[in-house]
Design a binder for this molecule. Structure first.
Ligand SMILES: Cc1cc2nc3c(=O)[nH]c(=O)nc-3n(C[C@H](O)[C@H](O)[C@H](O)COP(=O)(O)OP(=O)(O)OC[C@H]3O[C@@H](n4cnc5c(N)ncnc54)[C@H](O)[C@@H]3O)c2cc1C
Length: 316
């Protein structure tokens, strides 16, 4: 009975979250003295996952555009063929769409937002983030088959090379009830979900013409860019950058907020970030209470100095 990881890909490449899911799976397989197997869709370079401990990979080849039911059915079939017992996935929007279906098909208990390695393996007890990352819940999974959904950037990536067997599985003859009419590419340069560092701007930046501050800082740090809800509502930035309770969740290692007040709905989506830095000219801004580091100052003075300092530091 193996540990099986779902390894998400984007344009044929494993996502960063897939490496984290593998690392988690490897440790769990070692602790439970079993094998670690993986399932991916359309990996262009499947042997890349070997470094992270996977011993056998089913690479499902399909030209179907994303359809949660079809993906779920294919994952269930291959999970059963691999004699899986524990299924591990990440926390992307697609995965949260697929795995409730997988959970019903396998009659498996499923918990999301897991932030640590199990505190107990038998019974399987998992620590998960709850209350929009303001508290924790310890959950026991009781069924025979179990599904763990881990929160991005919560466990880390660890190398542990194994001999890897790759098996191609060609998914043919599938009929989808979903038809994609058109596809519009996301304009994000670095995806917010995968980013180690996110630089975010709020209404304090006064207008879209000042976004060079956010973009320059992000470029210097190799970060993704994000924004508060009103900023995207006003069309200053694309909706794909809106983070918070009603936007994308952020669980980066570093989150820098510039001219963002720190309203509860904004903080709800970024609380899982490890280190939060705020730049705001109002010392009473609520963000200062949630931040690890704060700069009270005018963004138009502070950010150029920060970029300059970082460039000098990097050039040394
Ligand atoms: C149901 C619901 C859901 C919501 N969901 C979300 C969500 O998902 N995400 C989200 O972000 N919001 C959400 N909101 C909106 C939220 O309540 C706030 O209104 C919003 O986050 C405020 O955006 P802001 O911080 O950019 O703007 P503001 O509140 O206007 O804050 C601007 C900040 O910039 C500072 N500032 C001004 N000038 C400067 C300067 N020169 N230098 C430095 N700082 C400066 C100000 O001191 C202020 O703190 C939601 C609201 C509701 C009711």
């Amino acid at each position: 009975m193996a540990v099986v990881v779902y390894l998400e890909t984007e344009n044929g490449n494993f996502k960063k979250s897939a490496l984290e899911v593998s690392s988690y799976g490897r440790k769990l397989a070692d602790e439970t003295k079993t094998n670690l197997f993986g399932i991916a869709f359309n990996s262009a370079d499947p042997f890349k996952i070997q470094k992270y401990g996977v011993e056998k990979l089913i690479n499902i080849k399909t030209d179907h555009v994303f359809d949660a039911k079809i993906y779920a059915d294919l994952l269930c079939k291959n999970f059963k063929d691999l004699s899986g017992k524990i299924f591990i996935t990440g926390s992307s929007a697609d995965s949260r769409f697929i795995f409730p279906i997988v959970s019903i098909s396998l009659n498996a208990s499923y918990t999301t937002n897991v932030i640590e390695f199990p505190s107990s393996i038998s019974p399987l007890v998992l620590k998960r983030s709850a209350f929009t990352n303001k508290g924790f819940v310890f959950t026991e999974l009781k069924t025979n088959h179990k599904i763990i959904g881990i929160l991005n950037n919560s466990f880390g990536i660890f190398e542990s090379v194994r001999k890897l067997e790759v098996i191609d599985y060609v998914a043919e003859g599938l009929v989808s009830n979903v038809q994609v009419k058109s596809i519009k590419e996301d304009e994000e340069k670095i995806s917010i979900a995968d980013a180690e560092i996110v630089v975010s701007g709020g209404r304090g930046l006064k207008g879209p013409e000042n976004w060079n501050l956010v973009e320059d800082l992000a470029k210097t740090l190799g970060a993704a860019t994000a924004c508060s809800k009103p900023v995207s509502d006003m069309g200053w930035r694309p909706h794909s950058e809106h983070v918070g309770q009603t936007g994308k969740p952020v669980a980066s290692n570093l989150y820098i907020a510039i001219g963002v007040s720190g309203a509860i709905q904004h903080l709800a989506g970024i609380n899982a970030s490890k280190c939060k830095v705020v730049i705001n000219n109002d010392p009473e801004a609520p963000f200062f209470k949630a931040a690890d580091y704060g700069v009270v100052g005018d963004a138009f003075e502070v950010v150029p100095k920060l970029i300059d300092g970082l460039k000098k530091f990097k050039s040394k």
